[in-house]
Design a protein around this ligand. Structure first.
Ligand SMILES: Cc1ncc(COP(=O)(O)O)c(C=O)c1O
Length: 384
């Protein structure tokens, strides 16, 4: 019997696992050798697919995985019984018992969490690993830096807990170096106030991708980085100093031409009639829409690549289809023609950053908005 997996593809993402591995190695090589690599793979590894991505990052030598929630952690546990995993999100009271069962490290921000997790660790007869999070200006998780010493003392006094890391998160590493520097100072000051801190036994981390631009070198207390976007070959902002690291895009986004047709001047295109043809035109109806992750905000703004040429999106992107102008493409195009939404085709490229700007969003959101309907094709599995 035919399965849906064997059907021809209408909209798909290609995930280049060899590029992912090269990216991790390049990022590592750009950092001092003692810095450990925390791979941030939350949200299905930024939409790349968690099992394949985590397996390849294990092969590439990631030291620790950071995920948002238990379900993601359990997916990694299926790949490895003992690879260290940190839950970045708050642990709900009824989730806490799974920390012991799946050997996961939790993020702790306050005394009630310390008490709850301590009780779980004591019942399990094995301490729960925790990373103490310090809020230095993000205003999200973490104990406010002025109260961090008291929380540190409570963790150290809890027999059911083992402190395995301390971290903070930057609010504006991509556009505010002064505030980032202040956050670093507040974090280091908090660490220095902790009695009996043993940096060698702890992950001490702050840097997300943008933070890497200003990671301190040898001699700093920081000994780990937490990398998400950059390992997927996407810069956190267009003028990033990280461009010198030369990571390669891991993700590309593809669809096909469903129908080619000619329409007379003056015809309005798609819902709401937001575009009228100024000349007689040849258009292609593509087999992807906003239900795949081609944002509706790209209506009348974005473009796609067909035969290496940019074809503007005409009118509104629909749920499952979109319409592009083929007028400048001189080759004959017929149903089935491959179309690139994000990525390279010949010498032409639509970068994820450009696509995200058309959609009025950021690459993080674009990647995590590619929907379940879109098949992920894994290129270059191990050994290639
Ligand atoms: C706590 C935390 N650390 C690290 C990251 C990774 O950030 P980036 O993808 O910018 O590298 C994120 C991403 O949102 C995060 O929430």
């Amino acid at each position: 019997m035919t399965t849906t997996a064997s059907l021809p593809l209408r909209c798909w993402a290609e995930i280049d696992l060899a590029a992912l591995e090269r990216n991790l190695k390049l990022i590592r090589a750009s950092l001092p050798p003692h810095i450990r690599y925390v791979a941030v793979v939350k949200a299905d590894a930024y939409g790349h697919g968690l099992p394949h991505t985590a397996a390849r990052l294990m092969h590439a030598g990631a030291d620790l995985f950071a995920v948002a929630n238990l379900a993601e952690a359990m997916t990694i546990r299926e790949l490895s019984a003992d690879w260290p995993i940190l839950l970045l999100g708050a642990t709900l009271p009824e989730e806490a018992r799974y920390l012991a069962e799946y050997d996961l490290a939790a993020t702790v921000s306050d005394l009630p969490e310390v008490a709850r997790l301590n009780a779980i660790g004591q019942t399990a007869g094995k301490p729960i690993a925790v990373h103490l999070k310090i809020d230095t200006g993000m205003g999200r998780l973490g104990v406010w830096h002025e109260q961090a010493q008291a929380l540190y003392a409570a963790i150290r006094a809890a027999p059911g807990l083992q402190l395995t890391g301390v971290f903070t998160h930057f609010a504006s590493a991509d556009d505010n170096p002064e505030f980032t520097a202040l956050q670093r100072r507040l974090f280091l000051a908090a660490l220095q106030s902790f009695p009996d801190l043993d940096p060698a036994s702890l992950f001490l981390h702050a840097d997300n991708s943008a933070g890497l631009e200003t990671t301190p070198g040898e001699g700093s207390l920081f000994n780990a980085v937490r990398v998400g976007l950059l390992q997927f070959g996407v810069l956190p902002h267009p003028h990033s100093l990280l461009a010198r690291v030369h990571t390669e895009p891991v993700f590309s986004f593809h669809t096909r031409v469903g129908l080619v047709k000619s329409l007379p001047r003056g015809t309005s295109i798609s819902y709401g009639r937001t575009y009228q043809l100024r000349t007689d035109a040849r258009v292609a109806v593509l087999t992807a829409g906003y239900a795949d992750g081609l944002a509706r905000a790209c209506s009348n703004r974005g473009a796609v690549l067909i035969r290496g040429q940019r074809c503007p999106i005409l009118g509104r992107v629909c749920m499952d289809q979109s319409i592009v102008d083929l007028t400048t493409v001189t080759d004959e195009i017929v149903s089935g023609e491959p179309v690139v939404l994000v990525g390279k085709q010949g010498a032409a490229e639509i970068a994820l950053g450009e696509f995200s700007a058309w959609a009025g969003t950021i690459p993080w959101e674009t990647l995590t908005s590619v929907t379940k309907r879109v098949t992920r094709i894994y290129k270059t599995p191990l050994g290639v």
